[in-house]
Design a protein around this ligand. Structure first.
Ligand code: SAH
Length: 252
C-alpha cells in the first residue's frame, strides 16, 4: 500500500494527525527533500527505509515502491504542502494504477494557507475579492497561454503565485500588463511556518527589489491583490446581527 501524504508547509507539527500516523507506521518513506522538513522523519520507526526524491527520477521512485510492495511493506510518499498542487502525483498514481498497486492520498496544509497565516490575512475579503487564483510563472514547466499571469490579473482577484520567486521582474511586468496598478498591495512570503519565515509587504511595482534586498530567490509565495494589506472591506453577512442565517435569526 502506498500513501501520498501532504507534509504541510514546513513546521513539523503542521502535518495532519492522519499523516503523522501514516508516517509513524511506514516501513518505506520517499520524501521531497527540497522542501519537506526533515524533522518529520524523526517520527518514523527504527529501520524505516528513507529516500530523498530530490535525487531520484519517477522511474527510480517507482522502483522503490514496487520493491516495497513485493516485500509487503507500506510506503509513504511525502510531498510538501498538499500534494494536489504542483506535486507531480498524477504521474505516480498513473504508474501505480498500471502496476495494480493500491494507494490513497492524505491531504496536507498547503503553503498558500501557511502563507496567509503568516500574513494574518484573509484572501476572500467581502467587497474586495471573493476568489483566489493559484498559479505560477512559466518556468521549465510551460503554462498554457490562456492561463497567462496577465489574463488572470485582469480579474483583479487575489492571486497566490507559486514557483516564481526567481522571476519577479517579469512577474511584476505581467501583472501590470494584465491590469494591476503598480501600487497594488503584494507580499513576498518566504518559508512560511519555518523558523526562517519572512513576510515582506510590498507592491506589484516593488516586489522584485523587495525580494532582491532580502536575497530571496526561491521557496516563496507571491501574494497579490487588494486583499493584501487592505484596510477597508465589508463586514461579513454571516456574523451580521441584522442577517438571518440557517442557524441564527437576525434582529428585526
Ligand atoms: N504542494 C506544495 C507546493 C509545491 S511547489 C504546496 O501545497 O504548498 C513548490 C513551491 O511552493 C515553492 O516554489 C514555493 O513557491 C511554494 N512553497 C512551498 N512551501 C512554502 C513555504 N513554506 N513558504 C512559501 N512558499 C512555499
Amino acid at each position: 500500500m502506498v500513501y501520498f501524504v501532504g507534509a504541510g508547509p514546513g513546521a513539523p507539527d503542521l502535518i495532519t494527525v492522519r499523516g503523522q500516523r501514516l508516517l509513524a507506521e511506514a516501513q518505506v518513506v520517499i520524501y521531497a527533500g527540497s522542501l519537506v522538513n526533515r524533522r518529520l522523519l524523526e517520527g518514523t520507526v527504527e529501520g524505516c527505509e528513507i529516500y530523498d526524491s530530490a535525487f531520484m527520477t519517477l522511474e527510480e521512485v517507482m522502483e522503490v515502491i514496487t520493491r516495497a510492495e513485493k516485500e509487503h511493506k507500506t510506503t509513504v510518499r511525502l510531498h510538501t504542502g498538499d500534494p494536489c498542487l504542483y506535486g507531480a502525483i498524477r504521474e505516480q498514481m498513473d504508474c501505480l494504477d498500471s502496476s495494480g498497486i493500491p494507494y490513497e492520498v492524505c491531504p496536507g496544509v498547503s503553503s498558500f494557507c501557511g502563507g496567509a497565516a503568516a500574513m494574518k490575512m484573509e484572501y476572500t475579503l467581502p467587497a474586495v475579492s471573493q476568489s483566489v487564483v493559484i498559479t505560477r510563472m512559466a518556468g521549465r514547466t510551460p503554462v498554457p497561454e490562456r492561463e497567462s499571469i496577465a489574463s488572470f490579473a485582469a480579474h483583479r482577484a487575489t492571486m497566490v503565485i507559486f514557483l516564481s520567486a526567481g522571476m519577479l521582474k517579469e512577474l511584476s511586468q505581467e501583472l501590470v500588463r494584465g491590469g494591476y496598478e503598480q501600487d497594488t498591495p503584494a507580499a513576498v512570503v518566504y518559508k512560511a511556518t519555518w523558523p526562517e519565515e519572512k513576510t515582506l509587504l510590498c507592491t506589484v511595482g516593488t516586489m522584485a527589489e523587495t525580494a532582491k534586498r532580502e536575497g530571496i530567490t526561491k521557496t516563496a509565495l507571491i501574494l497579490v491583490g487588494d486583499a493584501v494589506g487592505q484596510k477597508s472591506y465589508d463586514r461579513s453577512r454571516l456574523y451580521d446581527p441584522e442577517f438571518t442565517t440557517g442557524y441564527r435569526r437576525g434582529r428585526e
